[in-house]
Design a protein around this ligand. Sequence first.
Ligand code: SF4
Length: 486
Amino acid sequence: MTMTGANSLSISQKAHTQAELAELGGQMQRHVYIETMGCQMNVYDTERMQEALASAGYVPTSEVERADLAIVNTCSVRDKVEHKVTSLLGVWKKLKEFNPDLVLGMAGCVAQQEGQKLLDKLPHLDLVVGPDQIAQLPSLVEARRAHNQRQSATAFVNRRDYAFPEPVAPNDGRVTSMVTVMKGCNKVCSFCIVPFTRGREVSKPAADVVREVQLLVEAGVREVTLLGQNVNSYGKDRETEVDFAVLIHQVAAIDGLERIRFTTSHPMDCTDSLIEAFATCKKLMPFFHLPIQSGSPKVLAAMRRHHGVDDYLEKVDKLRRLAPHVALSTDLIVGFPGETLEDFELTMQLLGRVRYATLYSFMYSSRPGTRAAELNDDVPLAEKKRRLQQLQAVQDQITAEWMADFHGREVDVLFEGPSRLHEAGPQSKLSQVRESRGLQVMGRTPQNLKVNVAVETPEQLTALAGRLGRVQIDLVGQNSLGGKLV
Ligand code: SF4
């Protein structure tokens, strides 16, 4: 392990604190609160942090006021999130007045990008940990407590030496789980900070992915989402590795696993065999998130996406020929430097042509360290907002039409457990829905739409978890469906 900053632990200190940690684990329980921002990669990293900290006696809490350790797992893809992180830490700083033992940490992309600078800037921050250093988290926390040294560990592990954490069987009754199949990205799109915060691509060996999914299935998981910044290029960093389509088929061969999803993709690496997998692999769910970012070839070139609009549409058309049931979603950025009204109009035309089921759309904001940050950010903020609103209004209509089409249909639903309606406080709008609809179990359609289904007894709420059921849709909401068991 390489650590940055002046307060790195020596080998002997580390051995000492590991022993202390083991003792601590046996004697007392501490609480960790993790606030997760950004993408599913961060959600996955949060789980890895919780697993690493469990060995040191930390159990997760959903209340930061109860925490002995509070970590914000950050994202630096959007400007807004960085502002949110700073204000969140300002709030947590006040908690230290009541609990001086509280350790405050920052993880994720902002931590990776800024490292030691964050400790210089934020005196109440105790530690900074990058994605490659998650395994060191217990030692870092203990060093902060035992030696009163603030810690920063943000070194990348050389891709040849990188070892994915050993999988841990979950015991929380989950039905769905993420499985990271690779880390990093080699693409260097001009607006994106990920290659600088996550490093180069490293694929997890296929045999390890299969072993991990088997472990999850034995623990009751029925659906896995294979995760990476660009899963389409899975295996390219290892000469002897299979490609992503073959990996999907290998995972699909596992008995007891019902569903496979994956995210996220780069169109350039989307192969014919991956598209064909949607037609040939029954366990691969019909939902494909294929980010395009802009409908203008000129803007795509400035984004350094290394594909155009026509070749993207060829892939979409091939998918729709082979697997017409597959719903598509995408990412779009409006107001990229140099985006004219004509460019924006091409993006609007793309929406009408592809008719995505859902869309993740953002206003461009410059990220320091990226190539796009050197360009003239020439679309005024008000114009970016206007374009975003126009885009989202059209997409909302398309999404509403897509969802309305489910009304009256029978769909296969994988049930996950009690609906979120049951967590709603007495004053919330959701509680009114709960009052009117009674007990509800939540599941998802193959296209990843949430479905709430009425059940008669509280026992059914949990008994259905992990089971597939046929549901007739009789209610279409803005973001979810409702129905009855057939
Ligand atoms: S493919 Fe581009 S946008 Fe996606 S993570 Fe890699 S660099 Fe970022």
